[in-house]
Design a binder for this molecule. Structure first.
Ligand SMILES: C[S@@+](CC[C@H](N)C(=O)[O-])C[C@H]1O[C@@H](n2cnc3c(N)ncnc32)[C@H](O)[C@@H]1O
Ligand SMILES: [Zn+2]
Length: 303
């Protein structure tokens, strides 16, 4: 089945005109089909980048065909058949994690792994763009009543079948979830895929007053001292990987794509401002390297 697309000539955020940033883009890493054009908004106060044409919602699943959300580890070799070296490596990883857990960075990581949700919180939790449901399983084990949302039917099917969690398929605002019904909503590594403002508004609507919204993603670092070497590192790694795997000249022209996707996304403070503008309050922000990884915890006000 071929990928269905929709024209997106103007900026989805401000309606401004688009200028081609990269064209003839192909996915060399996960082999998602199609050739794509990334445009950038010419409005100097906006600068959003987007795909024109964009994949139609119905085709998103095809683009994730060979992504981790469809695969799981069901085919992984049995532990007994692994080499002694591999087993020693895994054991060493266990010792490393046990040591790290006693240090401040380990405690930060532990809190990040539960998305900075309070350890003793309970109630209904919705994960938007839940992929294969791995986080939902951990949240369920921590005592939450979980539900996931995905547009990718295959990932949702995997989450239901293999992980045993309830996942609804469709765009968030099309699911018509009950207003004021969730104690927590989480969104990890998926907001780039969403109509972010529309999705955040819907998250606000479905949260109970006092409910928590946790967002995490790789944002644009706030500090130039971090941003410049980080983006250079991303460009270098993509270039190096392309060279190592003998990628085509055409794909080598796209080495800036990943770095550009980061550069055109929100900085932590900009995401704060967006959340505030959409009615969230009590916003807390935890950053690693000023936004290379960034967590936002926001609340729906009680009145
Ligand atoms: C990078 S994956 C992250 C998956 C998961 N949240 C995780 O952290 O493992 C992005 C996910 O967003 C999903 N996605 C794309 N468009 C979406 C939409 N409009 N609404 C919800 N999820 C969407 C994709 O299907 C994919 O599973
Ligand atoms: Zn714009």
């Amino acid at each position: 089945m071929s990928i269905q697309t929709i024209a997106q000539p103007c900026c989805p955020l401000c309606g401004g005109e688009g200028r081609v940033l990269h064209d003839h883009l192909r996915d060399r890493l996960y082999a998602a089909p199609g050739e794509w054009t990334l445009k950038r908004c010419t409005n100097p106060t906006c600068g959003l980048a987007w795909l024109d044409p964009a994949p139609a919602e119905i085709s998103i699943g095809q683009l994730y065909e060979s992504y981790f959300t469809h695969e799981g580890d069901a085919d992984a070799p049995a532990w007994e058949s692994r080499s002694p070296l591999f087993r020693a490596w895994v054991a060493l990883g266990g010792i490393y994690r046990a040591v790290i857990r006693t240090m401040p960075i380990g405690q930060w990581r532990e809190r990040a792994e539960r998305m900075f949700l309070p350890a003793d919180a309970q109630g209904k939790l919705l994960d938007v763009g839940c992929g294969d449901g791995a986080w939902l399983v951990r949240a369920k084990a921590a005592g939450w009543q979980v539900m996931g949302q995905e547009t990718d039917a295959k990932a949702a099917d995997y989450a239901r079948r293999v992980r045993g969690v309830d996942v609804r398929v469709g765009k968030l605002h099309d699911l018509r979830l009950e207003a004021d019904s969730f104690d927590a909503v989480t969104l990890q590594f998926a907001s780039r895929h969403l109509e972010i403002i529309r999705a955040f508004k819907e998250i606000h609507r479905v949260l109970k007053p006092g409910g928590i919204f946790c967002h995490d993603d790789m944002l644009r670092p706030a500090s130039r001292i971090v941003e410049v070497p980080y983006l250079a590192y991303l460009r270098f790694s993509v270039w190096f990987t392309a060279k190592l795997f003998g990628s085509s000249a055409e794909s080598k022209m796209c080495v800036g794509y990943f770095a550009d996707a980061i550069r055109h996304f929100y900085k932590p403070r900009e995401l704060d401002e967006l959340l505030t503008a959409l009615g969230f309050a009590g916003i807390e922000n935890r950053d690693f390297l000023t936004g290379v990884m960034s967590y936002h915890i926001a609340r729906k006000p009680t009145v």
